[in-house]
Design a binder for this molecule. Structure first.
Ligand code: HEM
Length: 149
């Protein structure tokens, strides 16, 4: 009986130590998301959007066709070190249309918004598909507008 008790105690101790040393990663991610205060729907300019890049602010926002989405839940894609981090805090429209994360796809934040006027039909269709994907997955939390003169 004594040996059985020792055995059970060792198993319980092993489980507790494992939980402390190797916590389930998804639990940590959920906690991180829950700690952020609610975001009020508002208007952004390229300059005010830029700080939401996951570094200067833990929240990650992304502009697509004049709409701003809260993509914080997709931080592994858009957050620092993610494959699409260049879109964080920026208007991603041209990059999505051309399926390219080339930095040249981004309009500098001190310049007027990209009108996308030169894009070809198939690029606009690609952009529309990305917009639908993003709209289905993330919260539309604002609009992206030019700075008032
Ligand atoms: C080597 C080329 C690429 C590979 C292997 C790749 C792979 C992937 C994979 C596997 C996903 C789905 C991840 C998931 O839902 O769990 C994804 C999503 C995505 N990819 Fe790519 N990709 C590539 C290139 C690109 C490029 C060039 C762009 C630029 C526009 C891009 C934009 C996106 C976006 C916006 C998502 C959606 C992320 C989200 O759910 O928020 N990908 N990619």
């Amino acid at each position: 009986m004594f040996l059985v008790n020792i055995g059970l105690s060792l198993i319980v101790a092993f489980i507790i130590i494992r939980k402390v040393l190797f916590p389930a990663p998804e639990v940590i991610e959920e906690d991180e998301g829950e700690q952020l205060p609610p975001l009020v729907f508002t208007s952004y300019t390229p300059r005010t959007l830029a700080k939401f890049n996951g570094t200067d602010d833990p929240r990650v926002l992304m502009g697509v066709k004049g709409k701003v989405y809260d993509v914080t839940a997709g931080k592994k894609f858009y957050g620092p070190g993610g494959p699409y981090e260049n879109f964080a805090g920026r208007d991603a429209s041209r990059g999505l249309a051309k399926t390219s994360f080339d930095p040249a796809m981004l309009t500098p934040i001190d310049q007027p918004l990209d009108t996308l006027a030169d894009l070809e039909n198939h690029e606009l269709e690609t952009l529309d598909k990305w917009e639908m994907t993003i709209e289905a997955k993330y919260i539309h939390c604002g609009v992206l507008e030019n700075e008032k003169a």
